[in-house]
Design a protein around this ligand. Structure first.
Ligand SMILES: Nc1ncnc2c1ncn2[C@@H]1O[C@H](COP(=O)(O)OP(=O)(O)OP(=O)(O)O)[C@@H](O)[C@H]1O
Ligand SMILES: [Mg+2]
Length: 345
């Protein structure tokens, strides 16, 4: 009998604080989590070792990985262009690149993709909306050589905030957007250094931005206000202790700063597309802090909920400890979204 080809892919989220690796394997129409590992990054120099540790100390079945880039070397633009074939579109963008990106065109790798027709473009049939992603070559090369250096095969390099969108779609199923076609929702992934915001309408992204306020800023606020060192403040953030109100008081101004930045993005989207962001979905390690969901909901004035990116994924108990997964589930949104690209294989 022919041996069935097993399709697996590792989603490797090289976060600024935590490395997470999730292996998804396709089985029939579903996905099974067949590998998982996580480690803290203690310093920039130690980062490759942390990745190595995650991959060595856990059973993975493939060397194929998808990772993501993020930060100031990554530019995402939503353009309005004349309708034209794909090949012409690429040339047009390359030709006019300096209009869209703040880097030299020879220093970046660019990818563009027309949006499906949505009736929200400027009304004229001659126009189409195009997503443009440009990433500094040096960032991609660093990534690829890091991964090759530890024996992995990078197959796709994605962008953090789009991976969160893919994980959400996997968790909720395509029918979520069919049922909510005209409702705009925002996905916020609160990490350690940054919060990613991605606004979706009918499954298509209309706005994305990184806000440099996240979980580590909560820790710093606690440290400063309560006179603790960073380690003690981090522990206090996770456990809250006997005086939780003290901790909440310490972080509230930072929650408010974050929420106000998010509101600026909502305003921008709402003015441009004349529709409201109706609901907010939270992921990332930063949203594990008690009280963050309620605080954001209050300031954003929209229903805001944590969601579980492992929903709908079967967990292979033999290789993956499901109790750890359940605990940190929301923190795995990027890694799961990256691994979900196994569906393209
Ligand atoms: N149980 C917990 N309670 C509160 N905060 C937590 C908890 N566990 C982790 N965090 C916080 O989550 C953050 C790390 O989250 P995450 O792994 O999503 O970040 P990252 O991907 O490494 O960072 P970034 O996306 O900013 O590069 C840290 O600030 C950490 O303190
Ligand atoms: Mg992250």
């Amino acid at each position: 009998m022919l041996k069935k080809k097993i399709k697996s892919l590792i989603g490797l989220d090289i976060g600024s604080r935590t490395i997470k690796a999730v292996e998804l394997t396709r089985e029939g129409h579903g996905y099974v989590m067949t590998g998982f590992g996580q480690a803290e990054v203690l310093s920039e120099e130690q980062r490759p070792d942390a990745i190595l540790e995650v991959l060595r100390e856990n059973a993975f079945h493939t060397k194929r990985v998808v990772t993501a880039v993020y930060g100031k070397s990554v530019i995402v633009r939503y353009l309005s262009m004349m309708r034209m074939p794909d090949e012409d579109l690429r040339n047009a963008i390359r030709y006019e690149a300096d209009k869209y990106i703040p880097f030299e065109v020879e220093d970046v790798i660019m990818d563009s993709q027309p949006f499906p027709d949505d009736g929200l473009s400027d009304g004229s049939d001659n126009e189409m909306r195009v997503l443009l992603v440009a990433v500094k070559k040096a960032l991609i090369e660093d990534h690829v050589s890091l991964l090759h250096g530890i024996g992995l095969q990078p197959t796709i390099i994605d962008v953090d905030s789009f991976a969160v969108g893919n994980a959400f779609e996997l968790a909720r199923g395509g029918s979520f957007y069919d049922d909510n076609a005209s409702r705009a929702i925002a996905l916020l992934d609160i990490g350690a250094n940054k919060t990613n915001i991605n606004i979706f309408l009918g499954g298509t992204s209309y706005f994305t931005r990184e806000i440099y306020l996240a979980g580590d800023d909560f820790t710093h606020a606690i440290a400063k206000r309560l006179g603790l060192d960073i380690e003690a403040a981090e522990a206090r953030k996770r456990e809250m202790g006997s005086h939780p109100e003290e901790v909440m008081e310490a972080v509230m101004p930072t929650f408010d700063d974050l929420a106000n930045e998010v509101l600026l993005s909502f305003d921008y989207f709402e003015n441009q597309f004349d529709r409201e962001v109706e609901e907010v979905y939270l992921s990332g390690g930063g949203c594990r802090m008690p009280g963050v969901e309620e605080a954001l909901e209050r300031t954003l004035n929209r229903p805001s909920h944590r969601w579980d990116p492992t929903e709908g994924i079967e967990i292979h108990e033999g290789t993956v400890d499901s109790s750890i997964i359940r605990e940190s589930a929301g923190q795995l949104a990027v890694a799961i979204g990256l691994a979900s690209r196994v569906q393209e294989m």
